[in-house]
Design a protein around this ligand. Structure first.
Ligand SMILES: [Zn+2]
Ligand SMILES: [Zn+2]
Length: 358
């Protein structure tokens, strides 16, 4: 089943955390964590509408300035979500600059600070010099952060010695197109299928027209097809896909429970694996997971695919070992550290994770 989300880690396994998730049907993107994002093109950055920050440690939030720099002159509303204390972190960043010559700029930053019981909200608007404006708070219901017709984003409250959020991106319904039946109708595969899926997700009526154009043998062909026909004949509805993102967490019973409740049945589970299994004491002291703990969590959650990231740069000379440990645990082997063993890491990236854009 093809993935609906175009997800890739911005940096390598040892780099700052930042997971870019394109939503091709909406020509926009979500970002999970805001570490160094200087490798992303302006085109990628301009598509970002919502940023979900697990916590405000430097390696997860240092990219804020870069994003702000690219978006500043744009008429755009950016939403940021983070844990308790997050509004102060964003406000502190914005107060670090002078904003006296920004006439005509209209960038708005809306911050959602997610506590266990309530979500506080504040707005920072460029024409007001990014002064903090309270928007009011709301009750936090089941960790729900964002709900749209096509997808939802939820969070779990986790422990990293400070509050830290884990995230789940869940598609409302997954739409497959039966290309054999499409061909039987004399219609081509092409970008117009995005319009078809968008119309189905939006619940457009059966007589909603879809204009299909394509070239065949040098001739341009064009047809107008009613949505109802396509919906009945070629579109197959499946349960929506789930993408889980968890990083910087202690291996504790409470975190375990919270992560499993969040990520159960994920199609794709991104989980940090900061330390090798033999360095579990250090992992615990730093409130991080080991490779084996991450792999077991993913297996226990019943994840279909698993990707590790945020390995400590301390082990930069042995990525294959760490990835193999995590994948071994995920596969059920749960083998202990073959210290110094070089193994291939061909299972490191799930097949639907795109390679880095640059
Ligand atoms: Zn951290
Ligand atoms: Zn970190």
């Amino acid at each position: 089943m093809a993935s609906s989300f175009r997800a890739f880690l911005v940096n390598d396994l040892f780099g700052d955390p930042a997971l870019y998730v394109g939503l091709p049907w909406a020509r926009r993107a979500l970002l999970f964590d805001l570490g160094d994002i200087s490798r992303l093109s302006a085109g990628h950055l301009l598509k970002i509408s919502d940023v979900f920050v697990s916590h405000a440690h430097l390696d997860h939030f240092v990219g804020f300035d870069h994003l702000l720099r690219v978006l500043l002159g744009r008429s755009k509303a950016l939403r940021l979500y983070g844990p308790t204390g997050f509004i102060d972190h964003v406000g502190g960043k914005l107060r670090g600059y002078a904003w006296n010559l920004v006439d005509g700029y209209s960038l708005t930053i809306e911050v959602h600070e997610v506590g266990p019981d309530r979500v506080r909200r504040a707005r920072f608007v460029c024409p007001n010099g990014f002064r903090r404006e309270e928007v009011g708070d709301r009750v936090a219901v089941d960790g729900l952060l964002l709900s749209e017709p096509e997808f939802q984003v939820r969070c779990a409250q986790l422990d990293h010695r400070i509050p830290c959020l884990g995230f789940l991106l869940e598609e409302t319904v997954h739409l497959n197109v039966d290309t054999t039946r499409l061909e039987a109708l004399g219609l081509p595969v092409g970008p117009w299928l995005m319009d078809l899926k968008r119309a189905v997700r939006a619940g457009q009526p059966d007589d909603f027209p879809l204009h299909v154009t394509w070239s065949r043998g040098g001739h341009r062909e064009e047809r107008c097809v009613a949505l109802g026909t396509l919906r009945r004949v070629v579109v197959r509805e499946r349960p929506g896909q789930k993408l889980a993102y968890v990083t910087d967490v202690l291996d504790s019973a409470a975190n375990h429970e919270g992560i499993l409740a969040l990520a159960r049945g994920a199609d794709l589970f991104y989980c940090e694996a900061g330390y090798p299994a033999w360095d579990a004491d250090r992992a615990r002291a730093r409130y991080h997971l080991t490779t084996v703990q991450a792999g077991r969590l993913a297996a226990e959650a019943g994840a279909r695919r698993f990707s590790v990231f945020h390995l400590s740069p301390k082990y930069r000379d042995r990525p294959g070992e760490l990835v193999a440990e995590a994948m071994g645990a995920f596969a059920g082997g749960a083998r202990q550290s073959p210290h110094g063993l070089a193994v291939d890491d061909t299972r490191q990236l799930p097949e639907n994770v795109e390679s880095n854009p640059r």
